[in-house]
Ligand binder design. Structure first.
Ligand code: M6R
Length: 609
């Protein structure tokens, strides 16, 4: 979704800002813009389309100036167009970039029109810049004007404001949309994600909800929601992956699929000893929080939700606790009941998904015994607001389609299963079997990646298909759901997943030669049941692609292509069967010629409701 970069420096900042936007491209956007203060005047360039369009425009007509802001916009209010692109400007004096949604923008718009302001866009954001302009007529300075403005805003914002008459300052405000301050030498920065600023600094402070900060070249002064001065901890960034580097790979998604053995090895590092998962994997005091847990409520969205769905089978089967899993946007608007000794687990790659964050806040008010987040982004809102955090350490994931984050989430959830299980009587043998499985995962994933060429060939069959059905049973059902989500989001093929026992309750009616059916079939206790479901499809003329264990005894014929998956134990099977499905969606998308890393209409980090 939208991205923000801002800078106050002695040198010209336009290039730094555009490079920052490039590093945020993965989030998904439709237009980009930059504004700098140049000799006491605001200069602005905006373009519909990619950051490259903006960059070319700036090559032709460069902008000079040491204070500036930039933005990539993902349309919410008003179509994607140059006039709706940020920064927005009021009376040639104030420029603003904004992430989030101002819910009372209509009311504010009417008020501002009444005061004589003329609107140049259809965005909710434009009310912010006119409001700041208006407040500055009576406020002492830009800081107090922004503080007075944000008091009038309802909704979510991460916003940065500059004033051409006060050219060495930017004021930034956060409520519901993340912002991070980057500290340089004699220059300071702001961004919606630290990745944007890695070329210029590694020292960051994350703003808290309600913070407003005044940033100059030499100083950063932060004020809390009550306008009291506060200090926010400055930390050195541990982000090691360079978002700008695809290496030898054609797409980030492919790179991230291939990074999975390393990402899984990283997530295990230092967290298993003596056949046990260490409680400290979940943060300080985790042992205290985990010890009496009898129920787990998992909340997440999209791919992260699928990881939670798989974990439910494990927590109930192996850890002996009950577990519910719910999509965050449903949980937050539903009256749910709290079970005694409940742990709330949020799962999120970005740590900033608006619905998941809102669900966490709601759950805290409900009185859960503890909250844990399984998250890939250090310093993110979910990490800061949860009692415990399992840091995934998967490295930056740039492709909009989540791949390595999913498998690392599965590994983390399997660790959580043993940690909770231990406090609920899981045997030492069982713990040792699970930890052994975890430790052999990187090598097994490597083997599964060896299917790449065979899958690339198979993908040809999908070139003219418009629909696909994915089938699985037990903890492979969520894997089928994840396979379907991957295929639809990057190849735009309509795909559905079913627990295969449900086939005869409706979806069988869809089966014909134009509906490929993808089946995940490890050799587990549900295999014979699954085989019956496969026969139901075969009898109706369906064409199947079966990813099967070599001992599962499927054979290719006219109605079925069997792709043998490396043999693996039950603990790692969901993770291993994910790999061929990721590769399948990638190769189908290549054939379809879609934008693999930034599929249409989607954003990497969904920071609005
Ligand atoms: O950052 P999160 O894990 O909270 O994001 C949740 C979903 O938006 C995300 O998994 C989405 O479904 C991906 N595009 C799937 O590939």
């Amino acid at each position: 979704m939208c991205g923000i970069v801002g800078a106050v420096a002695q040198r010209d900042v336009a290039e730094i800002l555009v490079e920052g936007l490039r590093r945020l491209e993965y989030r998904g956007y439709d237009s980009a813009g930059v504004a700098v203060i140049q000799n006491g005047e605001l200069s602005r360039t905006r373009r519909l389309g990619k950051v490259q369009e903006l960059s070319s425009a700036l090559d032709e007509a460069p902008l000079a100036g040491g204070t500036g802001i930039a933005h990539t916009r993902w349309a919410t209010h008003g179509e994607p167009s140059e006039r709706n692109a940020h920064p927005h400007v009021s009376e040639g004096d104030i420029a603003v970039v904004h992430n989030g949604i101002i819910e009372n923008h209509n009311k504010l718009r009417e008020k501002l029109k009444g005061l004589g302001y003329v609107f140049a866009s259809d965005t909710d954001t434009e009310v912010i810049c006119h409001l700041v302009h208006h407040e500055l007529k009576t406020a002492d300075n830009l800081l107090t004007a922004v503080q007075a403005t944000v008091k009038q805003l309802e909704g979510a914002y991460g916003t940065v404001v500059i004033d051409r008459r006060d050219s060495e300052r930017m004021v930034v405000a956060r409520s519901g949309s993340p912002l991070v301050i980057g500290f340089g030498l004699g220059e300071n920065f702001v961004a919606s994600d630290q990745l944007a600023l890695l070329p210029v600094t590694r020292s960051f402070a994350f703003l808290e909800e309600g913070d407003v900060a005044e940033v100059t070249r030499r100083e950063v002064n932060i004020y809390d929601v009550n306008c009291n001065p506060v200090k926010r901890e400055v930390k050195e960034s541990e982000v090691t992956h360079d978002a700008g580097d695809k290496g030898e790979y054609r797409h980030y998604m492919l790179k991230e699929i291939y990074e999975q053995p390393t990402a899984i090895a990283h997530t295990l590092e230092g967290r298993i000893a003596g056949g046990k998962v260490l409680d400290s994997a979940f943060g300080e005091n985790a042992a205290e929080f985990l010890k009496d847990i009898k129920h787990v409520q998992i909340i997440a969205c999209g791919t992260s939700y699928h990881a939670g769905m798989a974990a439910r089978y494990w927590l109930e089967d192996w850890a002996g606790v009950s577990c519910n899993v719910e999509i965050a946007s449903e949980f937050r608007y539903r009256k749910s009941h709290l079970f005694p000794n409940s742990l709330l687990v949020t799962i999120s790659q970005s740590g900033e998904t608006a619905d998941t964050l809102a669900a966490l806040r709601l759950a805290k008010d409900m009185g859960y015994k503890a909250t844990l987040t399984i998250c890939n982004s250090a310093g993110s809102s979910l990490v800061r607001e949860s009692d415990m955090a399992y840091m995934m350490k998967a490295g930056a994931e740039i492709g909009v389609a989540s791949t390595k984050a999913f498998t690392v989430q599965l590994a983390g959830l399997l660790m959580l299963t043993t940690a909770i299980g231990r406090h609920n009587g899981m045997s030492e043998e069982m713990q040792a079997a699970i930890t052994q499985s975890l430790q052999s995962m990187p090598a097994k994933v490597e083997q599964a990646l060896g299917l790449d060429d065979a899958i690339a060939e198979l993908a040809e069959d999908f070139a003219d298909k418009h629909h696909a059905l994915f089938l699985g049973r037990g903890d492979q059902y969520p894997i089928a759901m994840e396979g379907a989500l991957k295929l639809k989001e990057i190849s735009y093929i309509h795909a559905e997943a079913y627990a295969s026992g449900e086939l005869k309750h409706g979806p069988l009616a869809l089966i014909d030669a134009d509906m490929p059916v993808i089946v995940v079939a490890p050799n587990n206790e549900l295999l014979e049941k699954l085989k019956s479901n496969v026969e139901e499809v075969r009898a109706r003329g369906g064409l199947m692609y079966v990813f099967a264990d070599k001992d599962a005894e499927f054979e290719s014929d006219d109605t079925m292509k069997v792709i043998p998956v490396p043999h693996c134990d039950e603990f790692m099977a969901p993770l291993i069967y994910t790999i061929p499905l990721q590769l399948l969606s990638y190769h189908v998308a290549l054939i379809k010629g879609t934008d693999v890393d930034q599929p249409r209409n989607l954003a990497k980090s969904v920071t609005v409701e």
